[in-house]
Design a protein around this ligand. Structure first.
Ligand code: SF4
Length: 595
């Protein structure tokens, strides 16, 4: 759309900008454009929950276009959880509708005196009172805003966890799609920004609509001919939670257990057991896969309402094998609570697993936990503690800012059980396991080295460049899992939509630029990822003695060493070389890092 909005919540000032074409050429969009803007316009060292931290919601050039999977937006800000670069990606319908409302992205600074929401309506925008929404959960907030602005108005919002500044608070859209990581819900909460609503019917300009539509048809035909579309549509990402709990893919018992021994019965996590509770399918905007499921009303001791989202793999792992629980209904309840209150399920499940281990070792007792018996696999305890974390209530207040902070509050050596990197709980794929989709990617190194540490959705070293292209373009990451030659479509859609010749090597160079910009943002915050402590359980030191990962350690030093060389980043300071920065056209960064 060629336009960005900048909003100062302290003064109420709104400013529209048409960025230089180079922003889109060099950084594509999404978190690429976000990282460039935040690095340029915000100084290092700002308080992530203070007025100077800029918070953005940014689409990609393919968002809201015929490009298959073109539905994503990214939230960006300095992360209050890690202190470095923060981003979190979500699908649903908000991203396309932000463009239909006229903008590629919107950025907020300042802090509002009162709770507000931001309403963007077909090229006009205004801040509105949100006192009536403050304290409400995400489902209710979505309902109330759609009741006021119509069903075509699409909402991103925070729940009470973001309002309470929980550092693991997330942002929710589409009644259950989460921009989960980096604690960015707390940034919205700190700004008293309850929600952003986008409504519009503007057309995204497409340079060559015939080619874009032809590519879409070809892409969908190819997807339909292969097994992935059917499988992903049917089971979503929940298709392998039971297998992963036993294969070594999913970390078990707070990263310290062995699935086949500690959780022998995983039948409750089987894809068909979970599927039996699905009442309908749903997907992100114009997605041909529609991998998400909505559940029938729960029937167990702990209930969830009809229509809540089927938990994704990561949630099944976090509240499942990590807590020694194989009851998918209980996980669906925890998922529902997290979506309503606005908590990242990866972090929250990991926090509960950490608390269970502290309880097992006597570091905390029922006198500390408000009478909750935090034994492994205790369903009622998991549900009750998730609610307490969301409300920052009782022992929940100790846990509400992630395992690193909680370990400091508990003391008594609790950090031994706090599995995180740089303050963020990890994505739930064990880097010691050889997961086929991660073939050739240095999994342990990316957990340590990503600008938002602990992330599993990007590689490290040159293998991350294609991931950045996909994310920044506004595509779902499933787009490159399911066809033989995803580059053909990315290149083709980028050229057809923008009208620029965008060969893959040029896009990959932009991917490298994005990797570098996210990384130097984090470096400027005095966070050298080479100095981050990696919990020994993550890399198998010592290795497990039994089970599928017996004897396996991840050679993280070799992965990091090789990839730093491949990136031309210094092996002590992690600074990209001056030569590399100049090659990427990042002259201002070169000047700052190498004065
Ligand atoms: S594959 Fe699933 S997550 Fe990805 S765009 Fe489609 S519905 Fe959304």
């Amino acid at each position: 759309m060629g336009k960005l909005l900048f909003v100062n919540l302290s003064t109420g000032e709104l400013r529209e900008e048409a960025p230089d074409e180079s922003l889109y050429r060099d950084f594509i969009g999404g978190y690429g454009a976000g990282a460039r803007i935040l690095y340029s316009r915000q100084k290092g060292g700002v308080d992530p929950l203070g007025p100077e931290n800029m918070f953005g919601l940014v689409t990609g050039p393919l968002t809201g276009t015929p490009a298959t999977f073109g539905c994503r937006f990214v939230a960006v800000a300095k992360s209050p959880l890690t202190g470095g670069w923060g981003d979190a990606n979500a699908g649903g319908h908000f991203g396309p509708n932000l463009k239909f409302a006229g903008y590629d992205g919107v950025f907020f600074t300042g802090i509002s005196e009162r709770p507000v929401y931001f309403f963007i309506d077909n090229g006009k925008a205004e801040l509105r009172e949100a006192a009536h929404l403050w304290g409400k959960g995400n489902y209710e907030t979505d309902d109330m805003l759609q009741a006021e602005h119509g069903k075509t108005a699409r909402v991103v919002s925070i729940g009470p966890a973001g309002e309470n500044l929980s550092l693991v608070a997330c942002i929710i859209t589409h009644r259950g799609a989460a921009a989960g990581r980096s604690g960015l819900g707390a940034v919205m909460g700190s700004k008293k920004l309850k929600a952003v609503v986008a409504r519009g019917d503007m057309k995204v300009p497409i340079a060559d609509i015939e080619t874009a539509n032809r590519l879409r048809k070809e892409h969908i035909d190819e997807l339909r001919a292969g097994p992935f579309l059917v499988d992903l549509h049917k089971y979503g990402t929940a298709g392998h939670a039971d297998l992963s709990a036993h294969s070594g893919d999913t970390p078990v018992k707070n990263w310290g257990g062995i699935g086949v021994l500690d959780l022998p019965d995983v039948s409750g996590l089987n894809k068909d057991v979970i599927l039996a509770n699905v009442e309908s399918r749903t997907g992100c905007w114009r997605c041909p896969v529609a991998c998400r499921g909505r559940l029938k009303e729960g029937t167990g001791e702990h209930r969830y309402p009809a229509g809540t989202f089927r938990p994704e793999y990561e949630t099944l792992a976090a509240f499942g094998a990590m807590c020694l629980n194989s009851n998918a209904e209980v996980i669906a309840v925890a998922n529902h609570i997290c979506n309503s209150y606005g908590l990242d399920t990866i972090s929250t499940g990991t926090i509960i697993a950490f608390a269970m281990e502290c309880y097992e070792h006597g570091l905390i007792t029922m006198a500390d936990t408000d009478g909750i018996e935090l034994t492994w696999g205790n369903h009622s305890a998991m549900i009750a503690m998730t609610e307490k974390i969301a409300r920052r209530e009782g022992f929940g207040a100790v846990l509400a800012d992630g395992v690193k902070v909680a370990a400091g509050r508990i003391g008594k050596g609790a950090e031994e059980y706090a599995v995180h990197i740089g303050g963020q709980e990890l994505g739930l794929h064990d880097p010691k396991f050889d997961f086929p989709a991660f073939a050739g990617k240095p999994v342990a190194a990316r957990y340590q080295m990503d600008a938002t540490p602990g992330r599993h959705t990007a590689g490290f070293g040159p293998t991350q460049f294609p991931d950045h292209v996909v994310n920044a373009a506004g595509l779902c990451m499933h787009s490159d899992l399911v066809v033989a030659n995803p580059n053909k479509y990315i290149e083709g859609f980028m050229s057809a939509v923008t009208g620029w010749d965008r060969p893959m090597d040029e896009l990959l160079k932009a991917g490298e630029r994005i990797a570098t910009m996210r990384h130097v943002f984090t470096l400027r915050e005095s966070d050298n990822p080479l100095e981050r402590k990696v919990h020994p359980r993550i890399i198998g030191r010592p290795p497990q003695k039994e089970g599928p990962l017996a004897g396996v350690s991840a050679d993280i030093e070799a992965q990091v060493y090789w990839n730093l060389g491949a990136l031309d980043w210094d092996r002590v300071t992690a600074k990209p070389s001056k030569r590399k920065l100049l090659e990427l056209g990042l002259d201002d960064v070169a000047q700052e890092l190498w004065p």
